[in-house]
Design a protein around this ligand. Structure first.
Ligand code: NAD
Length: 318
């Protein structure tokens, strides 16, 4: 059994991860400030559902990763084996409006955690990076070996900078650090502003879906259970410093995505065509050869099936 500090443990990916870690017999500590990027009540509900299932073993600490005292307190009270660092200000478009906040949470917060690891000799760290670090990269599928990265949003830059910080701490202090470049995760509890959740809600309510561009932009969508398997495999197999792409290695155009949601909801979408947004990339597409070879990562959920499961969850929750 490992004691695992999951920062951002109340969020979409974090709450799924905490639940899986508990099922595996670990002791996850969810560290989260329940910030207001989206309704904090959703995050409170996420943790309450887990507490109900694991009342004895699930620990939730309210704290801010930018605050050294909050973070030191957790390390003082627990012998932490590993950190899975998911807490962040997410989202590409909002990062254009408030780049300083993104810098503060995503960079300063990451340094505070890495420093806490150094002070407390915690050797293992997993960092949630993003496909956004690839930016307008024309060489697809995106490979970790490609060093010619040009992120085109403040969010993407904070994630790339986070990877570089991780490398420095690995080099200086011998930490084992894995940076996971996550490609658009979706499934039950997905953040409400993300495309699949937002489009499903708008179709359901008969409201217009804003379609940025001509619908030809493509994304690699990763079903949450596949992503969690990837994170669990990283916890078990990772050593040294590595960057891994975690995606499905399939791309879907925005138009196709809307079509799949219409089909699954049994209802036509009303589409409002808008101009492409600055900061948005035209394609994300993961080469997952490395994660397959080194971690045994194997995504199994086709988008059609994943959307079906998402819509089932959505209808139950609304
Ligand atoms: P989320 O917003 O649901 O979860 C992030 C959590 O971090 C939230 O619960 C939030 O309250 C918490 N948090 C924010 N600022 C904090 C702070 N200062 N101190 C403590 N906690 C704080 O987002 P998510 O979709 O679950 O994403 C998790 C991580 O994965 C993020 O780092 C995100 O950038 C990364 N990522 C996600 C995706 C995706 O498709 N969801 C894709 C690429 C990368």
């Amino acid at each position: 059994m490992k004691t695992i500090l999951v920062t951002g443990g109340a969020g979409f990916i974090g709450s799924h991860l905490c639940e899986h870690l508990l099922q595996e017999g670990h002791h996850p500590i969810c560290f989260d400030n329940f910030d207001s990027f989206y309704d904090p009540n959703i995050k409170i509900k996420n943790v309450e559902q887990i507490i109900k299932k694991f009342p004895e073993r699930f620990e939730v600490v309210t704290g801010d990763i930018r605050n050294q005292e909050h973070v030191r307190e957790v390390f003082k009270k627990n012998r932490i084996d590993l950190i899975v660092h998911l807490a962040a200000r997410p989202g590409v478009r909002p990062s254009l409006e408030n780049p300083l906040l993104y810098q503060d949470v995503n960079l300063k917060g990451t340094i505070v955690l890495l420093e806490a690891c150094r002070e407390n000799r915690v050797k293992d760290f997993i960092f949630a990076s993003s496909s956004s670090v690839y930016g307008e990269n024309q060489r697809v599928p995106f490979s970790e070996e490609d060093l010619n990265l040009h992120p085109i949003s403040p969010y993407g830059v904070t994630k790339r900078a986070g990877e570089l910080l991780c490398y420095a701490y690995h080099h200086l202090y011998g930490m084992n650090i894995a940076c996971l470049r996550i490609f658009t995760a979706y499934g039950p509890k997905q953040r409400p502003e993300m495309a699949i959740h937002k489009f499903t809600r708008l179709v359901d309510q008969g409201e217009k879906i804003p379609m940025y561009g001509d619908g030809s932009s493509q994304r690699d969508y990763t079903y949450i259970d596949d992503l969690i398997e990837g994170i669990r495999a990283t916890i078990h197999h990772h050593r040294g410093f590595e960057i891994y792409n975690l995606g499905e290695s399939q791309t879907t155009s925005l138009k196709e995505l809307i079509g799949l949601i219409e089909e699954t909801m049994g209802k036509k979408a009303r589409i409002e065509v808008l101009e492409t947004q600055p900061g948005d990339v035209s394609i994300t597409y993961a080469d997952i050869t490395k994660a397959k070879e080194k971690l045994g990562y194997q995504p199994r959920t086709p988008l059609r099936e994943g959307i079906k499961r998402f819509v089932e969850w959505y209808k139950k929750e609304k």
